[in-house]
Design a protein around this ligand. Structure first.
Ligand code: GAL
Length: 810
C-alpha cells in the first residue's frame, strides 16, 4: 500500500514547478527506490552488490520513497554508536535509483539534474554511464545529463552515497536530504546561478540595480526586467534604476523580482527569475549598519537538522524555527558550520532575518579522521564558489564565513589559505565582507585577523578590549558565544555558580543557566562584554535550537562525568559508568536555547528580556513542584525586561531585587520552599511592567493537545506541530512527568515524527508512542498530496484522560 502510494506519486513526478520559454524545472523528489549497504542500521554489515549503477540492475525489492530523505533519523538509536554524532546509524552506503521518461521532443535540449544537497560523497550515473560526483554533503550542485540521456525512452538515474564513520563532529544525516530538480533548457541558456543582482547605490529617491548575467551558448541579446516596475535593460551587464525603492529591512523585508530573458535566433529561448532586495550593508569599527541604521546582531548559530525530523529539509519546519527565534528577538542566524538549504535563505529573505552563511568546519587539517579535510585540497574552491554563487542574491545574507575554528589559525601557511578563501569570496561577490569564527586567542593578533574583513572570536569576551586596542579599525563581533548547557525542566540543588559543575547525574543538566563547559560562559557574561564594548556588532549564541549529536558535557570526554565533590556521588557515577560499559546515553545537545522539539527552555527568556527590551515580560524559574524540599532552601531566578522586581510566595513578599550594572537576572537565593503560588511583579522606571506566576500543580490528570497551526495545506509537505501536554485538572502543565503516551491519527495526514526534547532518550523519533519529558512531547503531522479533509489526532496514556485535536488539510 505504502509502495503503491509512493509509486502513484511518482507518476505525477515530472510536474513542472516552472516552465518558461524552453526552460522547464521539474520536481524530481518522488518515486526513488532506495537500499542501504555496508554498515546497516542494526549494526550488521551488508555487502554492496556490483553493477547497481546499470539500468538493468534489479531493484524491485528495494524500498520506494520520496526525497528529501534522511536514512539516519530512522534509527534505531544504538548504545554503542558515538554520542557525538547522535547514536544514530547515519554512516554507511546508500543507493537511490529512479527511472523516468523524457519525451523524444526533448532531444536537442540540455538536461541537468540539480541536487540541493546529498549526504555525502555522492556519485551519479545515468543509464549506467558515470555522470559526475560531489563529495561535500552540504553543497548544492548541478550535473549535466544530456550526453547520456535517451529522449523518447526510459532513463535510469543511480546515485551512490557513502557516509564514512568519523566524518562529522555532529549528526550529519544521510541520504538525498534536500530537494532535487530536473532542469531542461535550450542550448543557449542562462548559466547555472548565472544571474548576479546587487544594489550598489541606494537612497530614498532611487536605487541602482546592477545585473551581471552569464549565458551559455550563442545569443542575440539578453533582456532584464524588474517585474514590479516594468523597467527593462539589456546586456550581460546592465544597470537599472528604481525610483523610491521599497527597501529590504528587518521589519519590512520587501523583495523585487528580476526577469532575465535570453534571445537566440530571433526568439526568446530562456527565461529565469531572480528575487532580490534593495538594502545597504556597512560595517565599521563602530558596528554594523543596515540601510544606514546601526543594528546589533542578536544572533544564534544553528545546525542544519530539524530535531526529530532529522536532516531532511522541510520548509515549514524551518519557518517554525525562525518564528520561535524571532519571538525571542533574534535577528540573525549563522549557518554553523556549512552551507544551508536554499529554503532557509528564502525564508530569511521573506521573514527579515540576517544570515551569515558559513562554508567549512575545517580546511586542510581535520577534526575527525574522515572529515572534509580529505577533500579540501581538491574541492575547496568549487565548494566555496558554489555556495557564494548560489546565495549571493539573497538580501538576508550579510556576510560569508570561510570557516569555523579551523586549525590553521596559528601559522603563516594557514593565513595564506585564509587569504585565498577571502579572495575567492570577494571575486564571486564583491558586495559582501568575509569572516571566520576564531577560537585561537592569537588569531586576533598574529596576522590572521588581517586575512578576513570582519573578525569574530568564539568564546573570548575577556579579549574584546585587547582586540580593539590592537586593531582599532576592524569590525568585530562574537562569532560564537555562551554555549550554556541545560535540559528543559531539570533543576538540581544546591544551585552552584561554578559553571562546569552543576550537573546532577542521570545525564541531565540543570536549567538555572549557570552551567557551561570550560571554554564557554553563561549568557550573562557575554551580555556584560557586549555592554562594556558597544562597538561589538553582535553575537551568535551557540545555539538557538538543540541539535542531534554533540551532547556536551556528555560528549566525547567522559571525565567530566566524575566531577563530584562528594566522594559517595562520585562512586555512584563510577559504578553507573561501569554498568553502561562507557556507553552513556546522551545523543543530542544541551546547548539550545530551545530544545530539540522547539519547546522553550528557561534561557529563552533571558535572551528575550535583553533582545526585546520593549516587551513587558517576566519569567520565573524553577517550577514549584518540590514536595521533597518543604522547608529547604530553593533559589528562585527571574528573567525580566524590567529593571527591578518583587517576589511573593503565597502572597508574602520575599523582597525586591534591582538589576545592577552588568546584571541580567534577579536572584532570590534564600527562598524556603513551601508549596503554593510563587509570583513576581516586575517594574521598569518605577512603573509596574510585567508579572509572572508559577504554582504547585495538582496530580497529572489529562493529556491536552494544541497545534501550532490547525489548518495546513494538503500538499504532502505542510506540517502541523502538535504539543502534547500532561496537565492537572486545571490545565496546568505538571512538571516532572514522564508518562508514556500513544498516538493515533485518522484522515488525510500522517504522523512523521515524535519527540520530547530529552537529550538522553533512545525512543524512536518515528513511532506512534513516546514518553513526555517534564510534561511535554511533540507530534509532527504531515498532510497528503491533493487530499484535503479533517485530520484527527488522539493521544492516550494510562490513568490520564485522553487528548484529541482536529486539524484541517485544505
Ligand atoms: C565550538 C564549536 C562548535 C561547538 C561548540 C560547543 O568550539 O565551534 O561547533 O562544538 O564549540 O561549545
Amino acid at each position: 500500500m505504502e509502495a503503491m502510494k509512493v509509486w502513484m506519486m511518482a507518476m505525477a513526478t515530472l510536474v513542472a514547478v516552472c516552465a518558461t520559454a524552453e526552460r522547464e524545472t521539474l520536481r524530481f523528489n518522488e518515486g526513488w527506490s532506495f537500499a542501504r549497504f555496508g554498515a546497516m542500521p542494526d549494526g550488521t554489515e551488508k555487502a554492496e552488490p556490483q553493477g547497481v549503477e546499470k539500468a538493468a540492475f534489479d531493484d524491485s525489492a528495494w524500498r520506494m520513497l520520496n526525497v528529501p530523505h534522511d536514512w539516519g533519523i530512522e534509527g534505531p538509536f544504538r548504545a554503542e554508536l558515538p554520542n557525538q554524532t547522535g547514536k544514530l546509524p547515519w554512516a554507511g552506503i546508500g543507493w537511490y535509483r529512479k527511472t523516468f521518461d523524457v519525451p523524444a521532443s526533448d532531444s536537442g535540449k540540455k538536461v541537468f539534474i540539480d541536487f540541493d544537497g546529498a549526504m555525502s560523497d555522492s556519485t551519479v550515473w545515468l543509464n549506467g554511464e558515470y555522470v559526475g560526483e560531489w563529495p561535500y554533503g552540504y553543497s548544492s550542485f548541478r550535473l549535466e545529463l544530456t550526453p547520456f540521456l535517451k529522449p523518447g525512452q526510459e532513463n535510469t538515474l543511480a546515485v551512490r552515497l557513502d557516509n564514512k564513520p568519523e566524518s562529522s563532529r555532529w549528526y550529519p544525516g544521510g541520504g538525498i536530504y534536500r530537494n532535487v530538480r530536473l532542469v531542461k533548457t535550450a542550448k543557449t541558456h542562462v548559466a547555472h546561478w548565472g544571474v548576479f543582482v546587487s544594489t550598489p547605490v541606494v537612497s530614498s529617491d532611487c536605487a541602482t540595480v546592477q545585473v551581471r548575467a552569464e549565458i551559455d551558448g550563442a545569443y542575440d541579446k539578453v533582456v532584464h526586467e524588474i517585474v514590479e516596475t516594468g523597467k527593462t535593460g539589456q546586456g550581460t551587464t546592465c544597470r537599472l534604476s528604481i525610483d523610491f525603492p521599497r527597501r529590504w529591512d528587518l521589519d519590512s523585508p520587501n523583495l523585487y523580482t528580476l526577469k532575465t530573458t535570453v534571445f537566440s535566433g530571433g526568439e526568446a529561448v530562456d527565461e529565469v527569475e531572480t528575487p532580490f532586495g534593495i538594502r545597504t550593508l556597512s560595517y565599521s569599527a563602530d558596528g554594523f549598519f543596515l540601510n544606514g541604521k546601526k543594528v546589533r546582531m542578536n544572533g544564534v548559530c544553528q545546525h542544519h537538522d530539524l530535531g526529530p525530523l532529522g536532516a531532511a529539509v522541510n520548509t515549514r519546519a524551518l519557518e517554525r524555527q525562525i518564528e520561535i527565534l524571532q519571538e525571542m528577538g533574534c535577528n540573525a542566524i549563522r549557518t554553523a558550520h556549512n552551507p544551508p538549504s536554499p529554503e532557509l535563505l528564502d525564508l530569511c529573505d521573506r521573514m527579515g532575518m540576517l544570515v551569515q552563511v558559513e562554508a567549512f568546519d575545517c580546511w586542510g587539517k581535520g577534526k575527525a579522521s574522515n572529515d572534509y579535510s580529505r577533500h579540501f585540497p581538491e574541492w575547496h574552491e568549487k565548494d566555496l564558489r558554489a555556495m557564494i554563487k548560489r546565495d549571493r542574491n539573497h538580501p538576508c545574507v550579510v556576510m560569508w564565513s570561510t570557516g569555523n575554528e579551523i586549525r590553521e589559525q596559528g601559522n603563516k601557511a594557514g593565513h595564506a589559505i585564509s587569504q585565498r578563501l577571502t579572495d575567492i569570496a570577494h571575486d564571486e561577490d564583491p558586495t559582501r565582507l568575509v569572516t571566520a569564527g576564531c577560537n585561537n586567542i592569537k588569531a586576533g593578533f598574529n596576522g590572521f585577523q588581517k586575512t578576513v574583513d570582519l573578525f569574530g572570536y568564539n568564546y573570548k569576551p575577556h579579549l574584546y578590549g585587547e582586540f580593539r586596542q590592537k586593531n582599532p579599525k576592524q569590525p568585530f563581533y562574537g562569532s560564537e558565544t555562551a554555549s550554556t548547557v541545560s535540559s528543559r525542566g531539570e533543576y538540581f540543588f544546591p544551585v552552584s555558580d561554578e559553571k562546569h559543575l552543576g550537573q546532577g547525574g542521570h545525564f541531565q543538566v540543570s536549567s538555572f543557566d549557570l552551567t557551561a563547559p570550560p571554554w564557554a560562559n553563561n549568557p550573562d557574561v557575554e551580555f556584560a562584554a557586549q555592554d562594556e564594548y558597544p562597538w561589538v556588532f553582535g553575537e551568535f549564541v551557540w545555539t538557538g535550537f538543540d541539535y542531534v549529536g554533540e551532547p556536551t558535557p556528555y560528549n566525547k570526554d567522559k571525565t567530566n562525568l566524575l566531577n563530584f565533590s562528594d566522594p559517595a556521588e562520585r562512586k555512584r557515577m563510577e559504578e553507573e559508568l561501569e554498568k553502561l560499559g562507557g556507553n552513556i546515553p546522551p545523543r543530542s545537545s544541551y546547548f539550545g536555547i530551545v530544545d530539540l522539539c522547539g519547546f522553550k527552555k528557561d534561557r529563552f527568556y533571558i535572551y528575550q528580556a535583553r533582545w526585546r527590551p520593549e516587551l513587558p515580560m517576566a519569567h520565573i524559574l524553577p517550577h514549584w513542584n518540590w514536595p521533597e524540599r518543604i522547608g529547604e532552601g530553593t533559589p528562585v531566578h527571574v528573567y525580566t525586561s524590567g529593571d527591578e522586581a518583587e517576589l511573593f510566595l503565597n502572597g508574602k513578599s520575599l523582597g525586591k531585587k534591582v538589576k545592577g550594572e552588568y546584571t541580567y537576572r534577579l536572584r532570590w537565593d534564600d527562598v524556603v520552599y513551601q508549596p503554593g503560588e510563587l509570583k513576581v511583579v516586575a517594574y521598569k522606571n518605577g512603573k509596574r511592567w510585567a508579572e509572572n506566576m508559577t504554582k504547585t500543580t495538582g496530580e497529572a490528570a489529562k493529556i491536552e493537545l494544541s497545534a501550532d497551526r490547525k489548518v495546513i495545506a494538503a500538499d504532502g509537505q505542510d506540517l502541523s506541530f502538535i504539543t502534547v501536554q500532561v496537565s492537572d485538572e486545571d490545565g496546568r502543565l505538571v512538571p516532572r512527568t514522564h508518562n508514556l503516551v500513544t498516538f493515533s491519527i485518522e484522515g488525510p495526514g500522517e504522523i512523521i515524527a515524535v519527540g520530547n526534547g530529552d537529550p538522553t532518550s533512545h525512543e524512536s523519533f518515528q513511532a506512534l508512542e513516546h514518553k513526555v519529558f517534564n510534561g511535554l512531547a511533540l507530534v509532527v503531522v504531515r498532510s497528503m498530496t491533493g487530499d484535503p479533509g479533517t485530520i484527527v489526532v488522539s493521544a492516550k496514556s494510562k490513568e490520564l484522560i485522553a487528548g484529541r485535536i482536529e486539524l484541517e488539510a485544505k
